[in-house]
Design a protein around this ligand. Structure first.
Ligand code: SF4
Ligand code: SF4
Length: 164
């Protein structure tokens, strides 16, 4: 996995132009059963992906914390939401609550998430490749191909299977 993660940014950069063109066509004319196709691709890829040997999303890019996430996680720590924010979060340029630092404070050295049961919605859904109306988040997916090996493989497989 180490080698895969080391080479991923370069591989994603090489495919960037091709992927950008593919997503532009996809946005213009999304296939009829895109959601079902994405669900299948996502499922197939994550069947063979071991996130515990990777954790690159938790190490390099933090999630957004919604108010619901903050309430749920603070409750888990028996902490006031304001204290949780003060201890762990900051407000970014888009006015969203994000982690003060990456790798994520809640990531263990064994790549387990110490707040897995109550983790933010964005962590549960990452890399969003089974999201409804997937073509609408293609810019995020383009970025994710350089962070997440599964997202990279899903996009490669999409291009093989889909004629847009
Ligand atoms: S979601 Fe992607 S980046 Fe995150 S641990 Fe799994 S394979 Fe790695
Ligand atoms: S909260 Fe858990 S799943 Fe989310 S980034 Fe941190 S360690 Fe990863």
């Amino acid at each position: 996995m180490e080698e895969i993660l080391k080479n991923l940014p370069e591989k994603a950069k090489d495919k960037h132009k091709e992927n950008k063109k593919f997503f532009a066509t996809l946005r213009k004319k999304p296939p009829k059963h895109l959601d079902a196709q994405m669900e299948e691709l996502h499922y197939e890829e994550f069947e063979k992906t071991d996130c515990l040997s990777c954790a690159n999303c938790c190490k390099t890019t933090g999630p957004l914390f919604t108010n619901k996430d903050i309430e749920r996680i603070s409750r888990h720590f028996r902490m006031k939401p304001s204290k949780f924010i003060e201890n762990y979060l900051r407000v970014d340029e888009d006015n969203d609550h994000v982690l003060q630092q990456v790798p994520c404070t809640f990531l263990g050295s064994d790549n387990y998430c110490s707040i897995y049961e109550v983790r933010p919605k964005a962590c549960r859904e990452y890399p969003h490749t089974d999201r409804k109306d997937f073509h609408k988040i293609s810019n995020i997916t383009l970025q994710n191909t350089s962070i997440c090996p599964a997202a990279y493989n899903i996009v490669e497989e999409m291009k093989r299977r889909m004629k847009t």
